[in-house]
Design a protein around this ligand. Structure first.
Ligand SMILES: NC(=O)c1ccc[n+]([C@@H]2O[C@H](COP(=O)([O-])OP(=O)(O)OC[C@H]3O[C@@H](n4cnc5c(N)ncnc54)[C@H](O)[C@@H]3O)[C@@H](O)[C@H]2O)c1
Length: 286
């Protein structure tokens, strides 16, 4: 059964991108944020991103209008009741996600509806356990910016049914045209297990006064051919998100390389979250 009605919880960096990807693929999207104001802001972000896609010739003006009409922003979780799939992309906070999975698991009308999380590091099995529908819960990890990045990690937990995994694989490949890879339910999955210790090492290097932010980034761009240096990439991902992922990975493996360095903690305390807050390792104009 093809998924036609889906929902996204959280309309920040990732949630707004995931909503856009689904709307552009022709799905009907309910987008739930914590308040009417936040839902409105999420819609604004999506419209801005669609306008850029139109200017670059990726979509037509009609595509833009049609995609926006398919997205229904709201602050009411109850609006998810008739969805066949919900992708949770709220802040990387275990308690927030456990509360959402408890509530949304009970809200969904269809017993076959799938409840997926875009978490980067929180155990999928725990989200399944509180949802009352563990067989229909799994991780589906998009990459930033979701409308551009082709990769999606699929993460079944110990309790996810094989049918749920099959349905999500078809959805990702056939409906969204993205490339899935299979990961195990361990904090960080494949990509962040490799990426996060690298980013944290760059932050430690900067913190120790070893080199300037610009030189660390240029080193990896010009010396290794990366499209972006580690500090600029950290700003793009969001320093609060990297801190949360590092904490979850450290909690799981007790590997010191995963532990957030003090500078990262202080920057998050100061509200220096990277591009989304206007300042991180670099300043950004809105
Ligand atoms: N930033 C990245 O590059 C990236 C990449 C892949 C996955 N992720 C994961 O995606 C998720 C979201 O990350 P993000 O970068 O979009 O964060 P973000 O801070 O940009 O957005 C999170 C959004 O969730 C909303 N939210 C919080 N609690 C909510 C609730 N109870 N109900 C509805 N909305 C709620 C917030 O208002 C905010 O707009 C996290 O689990 C993160 O680990 C992030």
């Amino acid at each position: 059964m093809t998924i036609e009605r889906m929902g996204v919880i959280g309309g920040g960096l990732m949630g707004s991108g995931i909503a856009e990807v689904n709307a552009r693929a022709g799905l009907d999207v309910v987008l739930v944020e914590i308040s009417g104001e936040a839902a409105h802001a999420a819609r604004g972000r999506i419209e801005g991103s669609l306008r850029k896609a139109e200017q670059r010739g990726k979509i037509t003006a009609d595509d833009l209008t049609a995609a926006l009409e398919r997205i229904h922003p709201t602050s009411d979780l109850g609006a998810l009741a008739d969805r066949q799939l919900v992708v949770e992309a709220a802040s990387e906070n275990e308690q927030v996600k456990l509360d959402l999975f408890t509530k949304v698991g009970a809200i969904l009308d269809d017993d076959e509806a799938i409840l997926a999380s875009n978490t980067s590091s929180i155990p999928i099995v725990k989200l399944g356990a509180v949802s009352g529908r563990a067989g229909h819960v799994m991780g589906v990890h998009f990459f930033n910016p979701a409308p551009v990045m082709k990769l999606v990690e699929l993460i079944p937990s110990l309790t996810t049914s094989p049918e749920t995994l099959d349905r999500m694989r078809s959805y990702v490949t056939e409906s969204l045209g993205k490339r899935p890879i299979d990961a195990t339910d361990r904090a960080g999955f494949i990509v962040n297990s490799l990426l996060v210790p690298y980013l944290l090492s760059a932050i430690r290097m900067y913190e120790a006064g070893y080199a300037s932010a610009e030189d660390i980034d240029q080193g990896m761009v010009l010396g290794c051919g990366h499209p972006m240096g580690p500090l600029a990439l950290s700003d793009l991902i969001g320093l609060d998100t990297i801190q949360a992922i590092g904490e979850s990975m450290y909690e799981e493996f007790k590997e010191p390389l995963y532990s957030p360095p003090p500078l990262l903690d202080r920057m998050v305390d100061a509200g220096l979250l990277g591009k989304k807050s206007g300042h991180g390792f670099y300043p950004y104009s809105s």
